[in-house]
Design a protein around this ligand. Structure first.
Ligand code: GLN
Length: 191
């Protein structure tokens, strides 16, 4: 399958590498034309304000929004912020396609980065080693949203809504490719 990775800024190379290792084609997306023929799209972690600014400059906001409304799209960290309907900030450009409320930089300065083994409902019994880097939190979910993972204190860090997937942490920075395979199964279902 042909999977696009939004390649404006952030950890896109790592996602592309994992997709290729799993035997699929990874296409770096920088222009609206790059979205043609893709079966799915990954929006990486990085800095959501920068991704939003560059996407606006490259006229990508509307094409990305149309894509994410129709086809499987996975946002990790900054990508999760970019997919959300509500981030509590009006002036930052986002796609606003997923029915979640997200709080940016929710962990503050003291513990802004950490790693933890988390159970993820769609991955079976083995916990997933989740790396959080100045991560967002999901503070509200709409009725169609399924919660996939929570921190031990119950705060939500992974969600799915139909063909949309969002994780607050960075699966592309670990060797565990189960979340990539889960996303590819969402893509396959909608081919
Ligand atoms: N703090 C970043 C933001 O607000 C996200 C960090 C990340 O993607 N690792 O966009």
């Amino acid at each position: 399958m042909k999977i696009g990775i939004l390649a404006l800024q952030g950890a896109f190379i790592e996602h592309a590498k994992t997709i290729r290792q799993l035997g699929h084609e990874a296409v770096e997306v920088r222009l609206p034309a790059d979205l043609a023929d893709l079966a799915g799209l990954i929006i990486p972690g990085g800095e959501s304000t920068t991704i939003g600014k560059l996407a606006t400059e490259f006229n990508l906001i509307e094409p990305l929004r149309d894509f994410a409304r129709a086809k499987p799209t996975w946002g990790t960290c900054a990508g999760m912020i970019f997919l959300a309907k509500d981030i509590g900030i009006d002036r930052q450009p986002i796609l606003g396609v997923m029915d979640i409320t997200v709080n940016r930089n929710a962990f503050g300065r003291q513990v802004d980065s950490f790693e933890i083994d988390l159970p993820v409902s769609v991955l079976g019994d083995d916990p997933f080693h989740a790396i959080f880097i100045r991560a967002p939190l999901v503070t509200g979910v709409g009725p169609g949203v399924q919660v996939l993972a929570r921190l031990p204190d119950e705060r939500i860090v992974a969600v799915e809504q139909d063909h949309l997937l969002a994780t607050a942490f960075h699966p592309e920075l670990t060797l565990d490719d189960r979340l990539h395979r889960h996303f590819l199964s969402l893509v396959e279902k909608r081919l």
